[in-house]
Design a binder for this molecule. Sequence first.
Ligand code: SF4
Length: 267
Amino acid sequence: MTETNSKRPVRHLLGLSGGKDSSALAIYLRDRIPEMEYFFADTGAELPETLEFVDLLEDYLGKPIVRLNAKKSFEFYLQLNGNFLPTAKTRWCTSELKIRPFEEYVGSDTAITYVAIRADEQHRQGYLSTKPNISARYPFIEDGITRDMVEDILNSSGLGMPKYYEWRSRSGCYFCFFQRKDEWVKLARKYPALFDKAREYEQFHRDAGRQHTWSQGENLDDMLARADEILANAKIQQDKEDRKPKKKLFDEYSNHGDDEACLVCFL
Ligand code: SF4
């Protein structure tokens, strides 16, 4: 699949988020595109399970997964953005911590980026670079690979699903504003130090006289105070989903539907 232009070979790039879809795509393409370059844009705020899974995947692929670290930390960009926490609508975190490092890594090379949107979710829009030298391909859509098949790919490889799926629906930063309220509660119980750090960002914001919270409508302290209620509601919702025929999940207790979520971070 290597094409060439007059100067340098086209680069084939696959970005891993630590999520199931991009991981399955890496496994799926390992032998189909041997010249593939794998990369992982580490925000510095990844879950321990994500980092562990990327290490395991690297062993499986038998090739380095290049870690792209943003030149500056989340705190630096937070300050640069007037200490305004990122939100779904002002998602400066994705552009600074994920997209910019990727585009710098590609530079002016002609590159194809392989995007893990599945055949059963063609309505979703992944990150498309506005750079003319970067184009995208969608192998799962091209080959009709659906969610169940992705799980089969992961299970057959021996890697299985990343462990954070036991308590959280997506990869991404521990403080990600896309996570559901029950996932915040689980973060508090599983990684109290990370939860406290997220709470400090929010507190800093509050001290500056602002109302913005990570999760829509309430701050982390208030959320924790009604942790049992949140978990009970999430269980009711999950039971309802389990009884339905399989279709696109939408959690009414979440801040945002899957469609809105950041595919750069979660695929
Ligand atoms: S995972 Fe969430 S918080 Fe982290 S960069 Fe992506 S959208 Fe932003």
